[in-house]
Design a protein around this ligand. Structure first.
Ligand SMILES: NC(=O)c1ccc[n+]([C@@H]2O[C@H](COP(=O)([O-])OP(=O)(O)OC[C@H]3O[C@@H](n4cnc5c(N)ncnc54)[C@H](OP(=O)(O)O)[C@@H]3O)[C@@H](O)[C@H]2O)c1
Length: 254
C-alpha cells in the first residue's frame, strides 16, 4: 500500500542496504517515489529493500559504489549524471567509523577514508544532483550526521565525529545558498540507533551505558530516524531549512 503521494518523484538514498538508509528508502519507495537504493558490500540487503518497495506498490533500482574511494565515487556520480531521472529527494546517509582507533593511532589514510565516506561523498553527490534541482527550482536534501558531531564521539571516533561535524556545517551552508531556489537542505543527527553499525563498533556494555544515559531509556530504531527524514521531505516541513535535528531520546539536549 502506498502511504502518501510521492508519485512522479525520484529519491536517492545512499547506504540503503541496511539500518537507517534501508528503512528510509523503503518509506520513500512505498510512498510512490521511484527510489535509487545505493549499497556497497551488502547487495542482499539492498535487494530486499527493493523487493519490499515493490510489494508495497512502488519501484526503484539498485546502484552500487564504494563511497570511501575517489574513483568509485566518480563512477557513481557519472551514472547519476547520465541518468534520465532527475532526483527530487537526496538522502546522504552512507557512513561509517570504518575503524575505531585512539587518536594517536589514526593514520593519514584512515583519516582520509573516513572523511571521503562521511563528508566528501555527500559533497560530490549533492553537487551532482543540485543542477537538476536548480533547473526545476525544487528539491530536498537530508544529510545524516551524528550526535558524535556535538560532543566529539566515543573513544576512537575522532575522525568520524569531525567529518560528521563538517557535514552538519555543510548542511547549513547549502541551506543558505540554495534556499532562495526552493531547495530545502537539513540534517538528521541520530543518537545511538540499534543497527549493524553497533554490531561492528560497540560493545554490549557501551550500548547499555547509552540506554542508561538516555531519558527515554532505550536505543533508537531505524524507524525513529526514517520518520524524521520522511517528515523533513514532506510539505509539513516546508519552513524548516538548515536545521540539524537531534533524534536521540534526550541523550544530548542542545
Ligand atoms: N547507528 C547509530 O547509532 C548512528 C548514530 C549516528 C549516526 N549514524 C549514521 O547513520 C548512517 C547509517 O548508519 P546505520 O546506523 O544505519 O548503519 P548500517 O546499518 O551499518 O548502514 C550503513 C550504510 O552505509 C553503507 N556504507 C558503509 N560503508 C560504505 C562505503 N565504503 N561505501 C558505500 N556505502 C557504505 C552501508 O552499505 P553496505 O553495507 O552495502 O556496504 C550501509 O548501507 C551512517 O551515516 C551513520 O554514520 C548512525
Amino acid at each position: 500500500m502506498v502511504e502518501s503521494d510521492l508519485n512522479g518523484q525520484t529519491a536517492l538514498v545512499t547506504g540503503a542496504s541496511s539500518g537507517i538508509g534501508a528503512e528510509t528508502a523503503f518509506r520513500f519507495g512505498a510512498s510512490g517515489a521511484y527510489t535509487l537504493i545505493h549499497y556497497y558490500e551488502n547487495p542482499k540487503g539492498a535487494t530486499e529493500v527493493l523487493e519490499k518497495i515493490r510489494r508495497a506498490g512502488g519501484d526503484g533500482e539498485l546502484i552500487s559504489a564504494d563511497l570511501s574511494d575517489g574513483s568509485s565515487i566518480a563512477q557513481f556520480i557519472g551514472s547519476l549524471q547520465t541518468s534520465h531521472r532527475p532526483i527530487d529527494i537526496l538522502v546522504n546517509n552512507a557512513g561509517s567509523l570504518i575503524q575505531r582507533r585512539p587518536f594517536l593511532q589514526i593514520t593519514e589514510q584512515l583519516w582520509s577514508d573516513v572523511f571521503t565516506l562521511n563528508l566528501t561523498s555527500a559533497f560530490l553527490t549533492t553537487k551532482a544532483v543540485l543542477p537538476s534541482m536548480l533547473q526545476r527550482q525544487r528539491g530536498c536534501v537530508v544529510n545524516i550526521t551524528s550526535v558524535a558531531a556535538r560532543f566529539g564521539g566515543g573513544i576512537g571516533a575522532i575522525a568520524y565525529s569531525s567529518a560528521k561535524a563538517a557535514l552538519s556545517t555543510m548542511t547549513k551552508g547549502l541551506a543558505r545558498e540554495f534556499g532562495p531556489n526552493g531547495i530545502r537542505v537539513n540534517a538528521v543527527s541520530p543518537g545511538t540507533i540499534d543497527t549493524n553499525y553497533h554490531k561492528k563498533f560497540s560493545t554490549r556494555e557501551a550500548l547499555d551505558a547509552a540506554v542508561a544515559a538516555t531519558p527515554l531509556q532505550r536505543l533508537g530504531t531505524a524507524t525513529d530516524i526514517a520518520d524524521v527524514v520522511v517528515f523533513l521531505c514532506s510539505e509539513g516541513a516546508r519552513f524548516i531549512q538548515g536545521q540539524v535535528i537531534e533524534v536521540n531520546g534526550g541523550f544530548l539536549m542542545v
